[in-house]
Design a protein around this ligand. Structure first.
Ligand SMILES: *[C@@H]1O[C@H](CO)[C@@H](O)[C@H](O)[C@H]1NC(C)=O
Ligand SMILES: *[C@@H]1O[C@H](CO)[C@@H](O)[C@H](O)[C@H]1NC(C)=O
Ligand SMILES: *[C@@H]1O[C@H](CO)[C@@H](O)[C@H](O)[C@H]1NC(C)=O
Length: 321
């Protein structure tokens, strides 16, 4: 009786071991490959491959030297990316992450440890790429100074009051901008590095159009991560107030003379027409008008009423004056 029971127990154990061995052999969880941090303006996403079919991935991350954490949306996921922006709460810290290959949600496995792959170390402050800034050009009214107003790019980070931080809020005095500029009609480039988001360029040639682009410049970083993406190119307007310089005195005097001549011709034509009309309207007045009294001619239509005899009388009398 006792022996029988023991026998049964051993058999059961054997069956269980066999079962687990078989299930272990058939469960293959491929390791993640190409684990990469991609981060722009502090939006930080971990990506990897390949796409899973009958298994899933779980992401664990930690600040170097601290406990590992998981985040709800990257547990047993069938995706190949995990947005960790909100989890990396200390931008200056070094983070690393592990991608675990696990059974799909709801599938049991007796494996104690799943295959995993570690990412490189990543520090948002030192590694995130900075996008292209926007800026406005202002040329001083005396044309002596050009100022660029750069808008500090918003980041994916928020402060305690849920206010979005821009790159100036995060980098403070460590943020600089590099302006690259050239005359619109030349290719020789110059650079200026500014600690401020308002960049003054006092020594440009007056009245000349310059073209500018701007990028964030983080000199405290490793060489290959110092430069942000370059902005669109914008050019200052060419100076068009001093037409004397541009066209020369002769051309302007010529233009004025031509305008004067045209005006004179128009006046003469108008006067002739009026005179011709008046002569037609009252035939007998032709004689009176031959006196060529301009005052008489101009005022006659007002002075003389509709009555023709009256016109003749009054006009005659005015001529007599
Ligand atoms: C997933 O399927 C592949 C091929 O069908 C198989 O080799 C592998 O063991 C399966 N993995 C799991 C975890 O079921
Ligand atoms: C990993 O990246 C390499 C090179 O970028 C590529 O050739 C390879 O196919 C990638 N592996 C997977 C599983 O996508
Ligand atoms: C992060 O790592 C870099 C390089 O390994 C190191 O110089 C730096 O001090 C580290 N930062 C922190 C906050 O541990």
């Amino acid at each position: 009786m006792e022996c029988n029971r023991q026998m049964k127990f051993v058999m059961l154990e054997l069956a269980l071991v066999l079962f687990f061995m078989r299930s272990c052999a058939s469960e293959i969880f491929p390791k993640a490959q190409n684990v990469t941090w991609s981060s722009v303006n502090f939006k930080s996403i971990l990506t990897w491959s390949p796409k899973p079919t009958n298994y899933s991935y779980t992401v664990e991350f930690s600040e170097v030297g601290q406990d590992r954490k998981r985040t709800g949306h990257c547990i047993k996921t069938m995706e190949t990316e995990c947005d960790l922006t909100a989890e990396l709460q200390n931008p200056k810290a070094n983070y690393s992450a592990d991608i675990l290959s696990e059974p799909m949600q709801g599938v049991f496995s007796d494996l104690v440890e799943f295959p995993h792959v570690s990412s490189k170390k990543f520090s948002p402050y030192y590694d995130t790429a900075i996008g292209k800034p926007e800026f406005k050009i202002e040329v001083n009214s005396d044309k002596r100074k050009t100022t660029l107003y750069v808008t500090d790019i918003p980041t994916a980070l928020f402060n305690e009051d849920k206010k979005r931080l821009n790159i100036r809020d995060v980098f403070r005095d460590n943020l600089q901008y590099k302006v690259t500029y050239r005359k619109a009609k030349s290719t020789g480039k110059k650079e200026k590095i500014s600690k401020s988001s308002i960049i003054e360029l006092p020594d440009l040639d007056q009245g000349v159009s310059y073209c500018f682009y701007v990028q964030a410049f983080l000199s405290f970083r490793a060489l290959d991560k110092q430069h942000g993406e370059i902005s669109n190119i914008q050019c200052s307007p060419e100076d068009n107030t001093s037409i004397f310089e541009e066209y020369g005195m002769g051309v302007i005097v010529g233009a004025i003379l031509i305008i004067l001549a045209i005006t004179t011709i128009i006046i003469v034509i108008v006067m002739c027409c009026r005179r011709g009309k008046a002569a037609k309207n009252t035939g007998k007045e032709t004689l009176a008008l031959k006196g060529d009294d301009v005052m008489l001619k101009i005022y006659r239509p007002v002075d003389c009423g509709h009555d023709h005899t009256d016109i003749r009388r009054r006009c005659t009398s005015s001529e007599e004056v």
